[in-house]
Design a protein around this ligand. Structure first.
Ligand SMILES: Cc1cc2nc3c(=O)[nH]c(=O)nc-3n(C[C@H](O)[C@H](O)[C@H](O)COP(=O)(O)O)c2cc1C
Length: 148
């Protein structure tokens, strides 16, 4: 029995679609609860209470969109309760661009999070291949959440 939290930001919907598809993968391993929440509305206590977490944001100016960065800033008071949680990162960027995924993952050690896989960076429109990757990463995160 476990809880998985997915925190994301989006401007035009691609990162939201990735979050929803990750959630499908998590649910395929029958965890009790998957909560998907926009970064601006996410509460640090949700993070503290989750068994596993996923963080997603579009690339802005070569890094993660500020709304997700703001959540990492706001969640610091609970960082002693987040150590050891399995975590994944995902992002939507323009074709040929990088930077957001690395920036999201840069926050993992500060919160003691354990990376599950490399994360997913998509570029442009989401095709079936990208959605399949999201589902698979969600499945791995769901499995990891059950081992906590
Ligand atoms: C203010 C702003 C800055 C952006 N800067 C970048 C950038 O530096 N590199 C990049 O690859 N994409 C950049 N983008 C494009 C978005 O990352 C891209 O359109 C993404 O697919 C949007 O994801 P979403 O549909 O989840 O909002 C920027 C978008 C906005 C609104």
């Amino acid at each position: 029995m476990s809880k998985v939290l997915i925190v994301y930001h989006t401007f035009t919907g691609k990162t939201k679609k990735m979050a929803e598809t990750l959630a499908e993968g998590v649910q395929s391993v029958q965890v009790t609860e998957v909560k998907i929440v926009k970064a601006a509305e996410a509460q640090p206590d949700d993070f503290a209470g989750a068994d596993a977490v996923a963080f997603g944001a579009p690339n802005t100016f070569g890094g993660m969109a500020g709304a997700l960065r703001d959540f990492f800033d706001r969640a610091w008071p609970v960082h002693e309760k987040t150590a050891g949680k399995p975590a994944v990162a995902f992002t939507s960027e323009n074709p040929g661009e990088t930077g957001a995924l690395q920036e999201i993952k840069k926050f993992f050690p500060f919160y003691g999070l354990k990376s599950v896989g490399e994360g997913i960076s998509t570029h442009g429109d989401l095709g079936e291949n990208e959605l399949k990757q999201c589902r698979e990463l969600g499945r791995l995160l769901g499995q990891a959440s059950k081992k906590r």
